[in-house]
Design a protein around this ligand. Structure first.
Ligand SMILES: [Zn+2]
Length: 209
């Protein structure tokens, strides 16, 4: 059983190309922003890994199916995205992961093989439940803090500092709110429209985790 999450591509995919990088997109699916993200990824022929909140997947199973149909990977990102995650009881943490696994699998028609803790906050109970569900815990090592809407140029600059093997974190939803489209992700979409073609022209290979 893993007791630390994976931070870089080659820790989970040792045979990936040396120039592999992985884009992860968290907190959806969201009816406004996920379709825009999918259109952008399709335009640049990039496959990503979507870390889905179970409650959102349950509300928007059509979007989950579109994510899978486009060839992207899916990851269990808990049922309700409680923060701070590690302050919950072991039972509640287990339930968050188990319930999300069930509803995401139902919506997707295929089971996630990855788990990312809300906020990247991995308590011991999360590793046990992830292992029980056959899930590899994943973190990231490039964080533009796009969720805080720091401005498109700051997100671009952070993402352009990517090195081979990095796992990039972006968001198409909002883990802090209960409603849909709680937060404007236009900065994230605009930044990726600049960054994806540049990273591809530098020779990076985008892989799913
Ligand atoms: Zn999240």
């Amino acid at each position: 059983m893993r007791k630390r999450p994976v931070y870089t591509v080659h820790q989970i995919l040792p045979h990936a190309p040396a120039n592999a990088v992985a884009l992860t997109i968290d907190d959806g699916p969201d009816p406004t922003w996920t379709p825009r993200m999918l259109a952008l990824l399709r335009k640049y022929n990039v496959r990503a890994t979507f870390c889905l909140i179970g409650r959102q997947a349950q509300a928007h199973p059509d979007l989950v199916r579109r994510i899978v149909a486009d060839g992207h990977a899916i990851c269990n990102h808990s049922m309700t995205h409680p923060l701070p995650f590690s302050h919950r009881s072991a039972a509640a943490i287990g339930q968050e992961i188990d319930q999300a696994q069930s509803v995401i699998t139902k919506a997707a028609g295929t089971a996630p093989r990855l788990f990312r803790a809300p906020g990247g906050d991995f308590p011991p109970a999360a590793f046990a439940t992830a292992a029980k569900n056959g899930l590899t815990p994943i973190a990231w090592n490039v964080d533009p803090a796009d969720w805080s809407r720091p401005g498109t140029q700051k997100i671009v600059a952070s993402l352009l500092a990517t090195r081979p093997g990095d796992i990039l974190l972006c968001h198409d939803g909002d883990g802090n709110r209960r409603g849909d489209s709680g937060t404007d992700r236009s900065e994230t979409v605009q930044a990726l429209a600049t960054v994806l073609p540049q990273l591809k022209s530098r020779g990076y290979t985008f892989v799913t985790l």
